[in-house]
Unconditional design. Structure first.
Length: 121
């Protein structure tokens, strides 16, 4: 005779709702709240090196241009803010070496065509 195993759902810990519970925990956000996700991201990225404004300013220094110009380019190509600033410095050096021009001219080339920063050299 086979014994039947009856599995019961584990009891919820005191103070924590189960997944089936609709009540929210004090201090937490609902999963589908985009504003809350942005708020959490801002809290987690208090490091100045990771802020969007800092990255735009640093990229503007590397490309020898104003932050407004870089901000306009970033709107078109959001991927520009993904790599760190050292990567951009190396790409500008490689472009200047490839085209045999000064780094300032290579940066101007990159401003005219941002795809040069991502294409293989």
């Amino acid at each position: 005779m086979a014994a039947t195993i009856v599995r019961a759902a584990p009891a919820a810990l005191h103070g924590r709702p189960t997944w089936s519970s609709k009540a929210t925990v004090v201090g937490s956000f609902r999963r589908d709240c985009r504003a809350a996700a942005g708020y959490k991201a801002r809290i987690e990225s208090v490091n100045e090196d990771q802020s969007k404004e800092y990255k735009i300013q640093k990229l503007a220094e590397i490309l020898y241009t104003s932050p407004e110009t870089v901000s306009n380019i970033v709107r078109l190509r959001p991927g520009l803010l993904c790599p760190d600033s050292q990567w951009f410095e190396e790409r500008i050096m490689h472009l200047s070496y490839r085209y045999q021009v000064p780094e300032r001219t290579a940066a101007q080339y990159a401003l005219e065509n941002p795809a040069l920063l991502f294409n293989r050299l």
